[in-house]
Design a protein around this ligand. Structure first.
Ligand SMILES: *Cc1c(COP(=O)(O)O)cnc(C)c1O
Ligand code: SF4
Length: 349
């Protein structure tokens, strides 16, 4: 057994020990943990500085998870509807999601796929082969996003089986993997794993970080190892109330990611998932954050802020308004610092 597998075996999956440490109502938390799967790695738990901080809120069950409002859905992105075969979500013309794992090292309390974890999807060999076959028979797919759950909870051989088969498909130009392990189980990024991954370039990895305290020495080392294998790294961040819903926290997070060789890619507006309402923020909150990033720090550190629209509408970008006024073909813009400048446009033909 590898070290990361041992860490996973030692992960905490019962709330009993927590209720004492954080003085929480045991019965209520048991009820939440029965409804939505609970697990946290000892490593991630060790990052909590105090009850209720940004790390705590992401991993410790909260009784508010049971107060779902009716507009919140089990499957907000209608992924089931865009799923031609069980483990594929094919919503865009030239790329698809391939869900290869139904496990995560830690179950984030705000997860969009919460529903998947109480009736886990099947990820046995037959289902994986079926997904590969779908991609092989759809010549328009040039980009495959391997996701889950977390693909890096599979052992190296199973990951390699998937990558090797996808790489053998002529029309698949790029492979992407989405994983949260550098953040919640950094020991998963072994030398053996990266040596295997680098055989399947062009391969991109998208990691998931939500709080500056998650960029520890261990996670930065794991990210460096991936980058040293020539893998371009991007990140996604979910905008979460009382975790990262302010410009200062987000700026620090984005700067730390960039310094760890990760290009911030998306900030997601929280999806409308049942049981995550206490994490929701207004769109205005996200727009203010972008406004305080653009111009105020490296452009490389500024991700796109997107909503994944309900009912399978897909991702749309949101930007603060920089255009102040239009006088004929003279446009009046404000810059990041709220100074105004004119720009003469050409007539559109
Ligand atoms: C997010 C997503 C993708 C990838 O989108 P990009 O904007 O290319 O990163 C592909 N398929 C589905 C279903 C998605 O939700
Ligand atoms: S790592 Fe991703 S898929 Fe897994 S629980 Fe967290 S948000 Fe959900």
């Amino acid at each position: 057994m590898e070290k990361w597998q041992l860490s996973l075996r030692n992960a905490i999956n019962s709330v009993d020990g927590l209720t004492e440490r954080f003085q929480l109502p045991l019965e209520k938390l048991r009820c939440v943990a029965e409804t939505f799967r609970f697990r946290v790695t000892p490593y991630y738990l060790s990052l909590i500085r105090e009850k209720g901080d940004g790390i705590y809120r992401q991993c410790i069950p909260d009784e508010q998870e049971l107060n779902g409002s009716p507009e919140l859905m089990d499957d907000p992105l209608s992924e089931e509807q865009f799923s031609p075969v069980p483990n594929i979500v094919h919503r865009y013309p030239d790329r698809c999601l391939f869900l290869v794992s139904n496990q995560c090292a830690m179950y984030c309390r705000f997860c969009t796929r919460k529903r998947k974890f109480h009736t886990p999807m099947c990820v046995d060999r037959m289902h994986i082969d079926q997904g590969i076959e779908y991609i092989r028979s759809h010549g328009e797919i040039r980009d495959v996003l391997v996701s889950g759950g977390d693909p890096f909870l599979l052992d190296d051989d199973r990951i390699e089986y998937i990558l090797k088969n996808l790489r053998a498909i002529r029309h698949v130009e790029i492979l992407r993997i989405g994983t949260r392990t550098p953040c919640v189980l950094p020991e998963r990024i072994t030398v053996k794993l990266t040596a295997m991954l680098k055989k399947y370039h062009p391969l991109y990895i998208n990691v998931h970080f939500n709080h500056p305290d998650e960029l520890t020495e261990q996670s930065v080392k794991a990210l460096g190892r991936l980058a040293d294998a020539g893998i371009p790294l991007g990140s996604q961040t979910v905008l979460l109330k009382n975790v990262n819903d302010n410009p200062a926290t987000m700026k620090l997070l984005m700067q730390k990611l960039l310094a760890a060789r990760v290009k911030p890619y998306y900030i997601f507006q929280t999806d409308l998932v049942f049981g995550t309402e206490h994490f929701r923020t207004s769109l205005d909150c996200g727009l203010k954050i972008i406004d305080q990033l653009r111009g105020w720090t490296s452009g490389l550190a500024v991700p796109q802020y997107v909503i994944d629209l309900p009912h399978g509408g897909g991702k749309v970008p949101l930007l603060p308004e920089y255009l102040r006024e239009k006088k004929g073909n003279i446009l009046l813009f404000r810059n990041f610092n709220n100074e105004c400048f004119e720009y003469p446009d050409l007539d559109s033909k």
